[in-house]
Design a protein around this ligand. Sequence first.
Ligand code: DGT
Ligand code: CA
Ligand code: CA
Ligand code: ZN
Length: 568
Amino acid sequence: MDNLKVAEILEEIADMLDIKGEKYKPRAYRRAALSVRSLSEDIKKIKERGELKEIPGVGKAIEGKIEEILESGSSKYLDDLKQEIPVDVDSLLSVEGVGPKTIKTLHEKLKVKNIDDLEEAAKNNKIRDLGGFGKKSEQKILENIDFARKSKGRFILGYIEPIVKNLKNKLENFQYVEKVEIAGSFRRRKETIGDIDILVVTKRPTEVMDFFTTLDDVDGIIVKGDSKSTVRLKEGLDCDIRVIDNKSFGSALLYFTGSKQTNIEMRKISIKKGLKLSEYGLFKGEMQIAGETEEEVFQKLGMKYIEPELRENRGEIEVSLEGKLPKLIGYNDIKGDLQMHTKWSDGVNTVEQMAKAGKDLGYEYIAITDHTGSLRIAGGLNEKEIKRQMKEIDKVNQKINGITILKGVEVNIQSDGKLDVSNKLLEELDIVVASIHTGFRQTKEKMTGRIISAMENENVNIIAHPTGRKIKERKAYELDFDKILKKSKETNTFLEINSYPIRLDLNDINTKRAIESGCKLAINTDAHSTNHLRYMELGIATARRGWAGKKNMINTLPLKKLRKILEK
Ligand code: DGT
Ligand code: CA
Ligand code: CA
Ligand code: ZN
């Protein structure tokens, strides 16, 4: 699939245009990139049907660019832009605090072209003297370079998911493949993936390896053998494929799913029981006593089955031995999505389109939560516009049966902790989501205080993306999380697990902390197009990795009960 590649080129164009100081075009390219990224179908097929323009955000000009990328693998427009400003935009932008404007200044004044140049400039105290910078931001840049380097080489789960599913599908449909499973961090639903690990059962390994290594997703072969091959995919990530004996499939799946730490603990337990566990099976002396399925291995070890999402050696093994693993929320337990954006602010679809898409997913309700006033870059709505949108929602509710659209906003928590919509209007809405989008650099006390004061507002129901981190982009702002959990419980203000691929915020560990202190959460997608609604799965995975059950969530409730709990 070329979807990721196309999205990345469109995004790079947007970045370059940003650097040039173009006003509207970057946003258009970025929107299109977002849509392409979230497609579940191969974009080539959409092109073959002549339907590129039906992708939200793709107009005539961008359609042409996409066609060119699909045909030639690159874009002349981008190449020209890069000639004009020859810097490694991608890696520079991955440093938090470095934006398009900064890149322009850094390049013009200091000839900074890549991260190494940037580091050198910062170390030699050259950045502090540029307009708009100080000693402090120079120091921050140095710290953030470290973070950017560490996240390099890992891929966002939500972005590579369609590619992996597509690969699995191709293998499943190949005549000589009897079984195929994706193992590794992908199966554990970790937020970022280092490489993909595929296991297959086949009697014809040579044919399977030939087939796999020549798929058009493959950019190059790193190793090729009958039992294991490794390829580099076009998206830049590696993929291992291993041929496994059917009688060892379960133990191999267990082993290659990991995590490594979990494997080590499991092996210790086997030894204690006088057994030996490896990827080939569970053995008593020379005799294999389990291994065809994972369930069998767990059972023979006297353990309850541990879901892959829990296998991070965070206490799951002990609890499994005691037979006390929690019942995790299921992938079909969500009754509605409580955060999404429409054309009214920075989304690409209408209220009606979002509602229909929600209905197709089998939801009982959705909440429309567009951005509010002070968030200009995201097309925030003023109070008049919110009222007009409320009327539109009434109309759509009358028109569409089988799903209820709740009226909401994603209100901005400003630097002083105040909200940018009056209480009088917030009161009229069904649901209010509040979040921080600006002023991340305040002290821990101030940041915590802002969220606390939003929670104390009796109209605010959910704190969205509570820690503000963006995977590979931005660290979480500093918070006194215990204080927030306490206030959440006290005020019935729920924390969100934001399912957007680069957010997953709360993350798994914070989710676990939250439910352990008795807080309830909402899993929302923050969708900016109908395609994004499918990201719910990522939020659920995060919840599962945080040991959460159905009962820990508010949007597993039927509408009536949800409304009740939203009364605060
Ligand atoms: P990744 O690829 O960095 O996102 O993370 P994983 O967990 O997919 O790691 P990977 O691909 O290196 O290996 C897949 C699984 O194989 C890993 O989760 C556990 C198992 N494994 C790999 N190396 C070792 C090892 O040295 N010892 C043990 N016990 N297990 C290992
Ligand atoms: Ca892996
Ligand atoms: Ca691997
Ligand atoms: Zn937001």
